[in-house]
Design a protein around this ligand. Structure first.
Ligand code: FRU
Length: 487
């Protein structure tokens, strides 16, 4: 009889061969990013199993190596010493069993989950999804002693039934240790409310249901995907990617108190994590320096993905350190990214009275920090045009609207990708507004005022659209400084 892990090894070999055959062609294909994480071939979505093992960061991800669209899910795998340069490793999980859609079993594979280090082992906890007449989502584990080869647990699934408080949508386990016990939250739904349900275990194999740790207040989505609950400072933060029933379906965070005995998280205020269109299913880890770091899928469902025509789709955001200041979760690009900086340029204070072109400062793959002094500004709106063409028919506009207290990223003219306007609240404290902008060949991530608000979008302009402008409307505005680096 063929055993679990023989079947698994066979499925993995097939996936790895596919990658080996295609990766050199994909590497050269259109729209590849320079410093954002991408898979060697095919489709990716959520980050999974974001963790650290033997001092190296581990990033797994939802992966379909055979095509540029979503298909039976595998877990791709890579590692990094510094969160900047990633080394691709063999595929970690492939569908092979009756509980995760193996050979002869209707789709959809090894869905999202997390990873923890247990003694010498790196343990993956994932959702097995079978799409038969009776769709089924169950929680499973796989372990590795070398951080490369993963064996599925022969007694899988470790949680076989969806909880009484939930439904068959029951996925994306996130596991962490508190005192001497393992805790796991899983996303689900019931009665039109998204929920995160909690389990507890001594050994990662036998799990006891504790109940609903948190649920939608009626406005936060009717299914919760990829919940992540973690301690930060002396409180806890819950991150959720909601489906349906919300205004914008953007991932949000809630700061609150966790009672481990009762298994209940008491929710405080709820805030959008990233106001862009291309940010979903983020996951966090705590590293050996004690930092809480988040990475997200820099794309989302049902969006136009021009790279699909070139055999691949999907990337991750830059890793962002999470800093909690009272109830505000700030996102700071991890300091290691400074290693990418070259060609430093700086412009000191100047005044902008009308459209000012600063072409010499713009590099397509770059980091730019702009500090506006708004103490004496007479403008109601001012902002930037990124990746503009000579005739202005292509551009991505960043607008700071002091009257409506909004910061807007407008990608209606940003090339061949999805269109749309993202809006975030502009909270002005003191006399300056600071923007830190990370651009890559096909992405823009803007961190406003030290990462208090973030906007992430993919853009697909022509390679020749490289102008950078500053503009104001209805008055002048002062720039304290502009610093930039080619990355
Ligand atoms: C979120 C998600 C998860 C699921 C995975 C499937 O983007 O829908 O809920 O596990 O993607 O690929």
């Amino acid at each position: 009889m063929v055993k679990v892990n023989d079947r698994h090894i066979e499925a993995l070999e097939k996936a790895n061969q596919e990658i080996a055959q295609k990766k050199d062609v994909i590497k050269e294909s259109a729209y590849r990013l320079n410093y954002h994480f991408m898979a060697p071939t095919g489709w990716i979505n959520d980050p999974n199993g974001f963790s650290q093992y033997n001092g190296e960061y581990q990033l797994f991800y939802q992966y379909y190596p055979y095509d540029s669209k979503w298909g039976p899910m595998h877990w791709g795998h890579s590692k990094s010493k510094d969160l900047v340069y990633w080394e691709h490793l063999p595929v970690a999980l492939a569908p092979s069993e009756s509980y995760d859609s193996g050979e002869g079993v209707p789709g959809y594979g090894c869905f999202s989950g997390s990873a923890v280090v247990d003694g010498e082992e790196l343990v993956l906890i994932y959702t097995g999804h079978v799409d038969s007449n009776e769709p089924m989502q169950v929680q499973c584990i796989a372990t590795s002693k070398d951080g490369v080869a993963f064996e599925k647990y022969t007694q899988n699934p470790v949680v076989a039934n969806f909880p009484e408080d939930g439904s068959k949508d029951f996925r994306d386990p996130k596991v962490w240790k508190h005192e001497d016990k393992w805790y796991m939250i899983v996303g689900t739904k019931k009665d039109g409310k998204g929920k995160a349900v909690l389990y507890v275990s001594d050994d990662l194999r036998l799990w006891k249901y504790k109940g609903v740790a948190a649920e939608s207040d009626g406005t936060q989505g009717d299914m919760w995907e990829c919940p992540d609950l973690f301690p930060l400072n002396d409180t806890h933060v819950l991150i959720v990617s909601p489906m349906y029933g919300t205004q914008n379906e953007k991932p949000f965070y809630v700061v609150g108190d966790m009672d481990y005995d009762k298994g209940v998280f008491t929710q405080g205020t709820c805030t959008t994590l990233d106001y862009g269109f291309d940010f979903y299913a983020p996951q966090t880890l705590v590293d050996d320096k004690g930092r809480r770091i988040m990475i997200g899928w820099m794309e989302k469902w049902l969006t136009k993905m021009p790279s699909q025509e070139h055999g691949w789709a999907g990337a991750m955001t830059i890793p962002r350190e999470l800093i909690l200041e009272v109830d505000t979760l700030k996102q700071k690009p991890v300091v290691e990214l400074a290693d990418l900086r070259t060609d430093y340029k700086k412009l000191d204070a100047f005044e902008v009275a009308e459209k000012t072109t600063l072409n010499e400062l713009q590099e397509v793959v770059s980091e730019t920090i702009i500090d506006f002094n708004i103490s004496e500004t007479t403008a109601t709106q001012f902002g930037l045009e990124l990746r503009s063409s000579e005739d202005g028919s292509e551009k991505t506009v960043i607008l700071l609207d002091l009257k409506n207290k909004e910061i807007v990223m407008d990608r209606l003219l940003s090339g061949c990708g999805e269109k749309g306007i993202s809006k975030a609240p502009l909270v002005v404290k003191g006399i300056s507004v600071n923007l830190r902008i990370f651009m890559d060949t096909t992405s823009v991530e803007i961190f406003v005022n030290d990462g208090e608000q973030v906007i992430t979008n993919r853009i697909f302009p022509d390679a020749n659209s490289k102008l950078f402008n500053i503009f104001t409307q209805g008055g002048k505005v002062s720039v304290n400084s502009i610093e930039s680096w080619k990355l």
